[in-house]
Design a protein around this ligand. Structure first.
Ligand code: SF4
Ligand code: SF4
Length: 77
């Protein structure tokens, strides 16, 4: 998830909703740590002005893993 800082009004409602403690305030608006976020959507559901957007990183990560042959299964006969 990412915060649209133009839309964020700095209410702080999302801060305590995150199970990963990935949200913090920078310059009076919320910011999501992309490494900690697991894209559960809890913060997005709690934002009254719809300032939290899904950037859908996980499908891309899954695709990368599927094509990288991580476990070498494609090499075995
Ligand atoms: S709940 Fe929405 S408006 Fe409030 S601080 Fe979080 S992102 Fe900003
Ligand atoms: S999507 Fe979930 S893990 Fe990511 S910032 Fe929001 S509440 Fe935290």
């Amino acid at each position: 998830m990412k915060v649209d800082r133009e839309l964020c009004v700095g209410c702080g409602a999302c801060l305590n909703l995150c199970p990963r403690l990935a949200i913090r305030f920078i310059d009076d608006k919320s910011f999501i740590d992309q490494v900690s976020c697991i894209e559960c959507g809890t913060c997005r559901a709690g934002c009254g002005v719809d300032a939290i957007l899904c950037d859908c990183r996980f499908p891309e990560i899954l695709l990368l893993n599927l094509t990288s042959d991580t476990y070498g299964k494609g090499e075995r006969s």
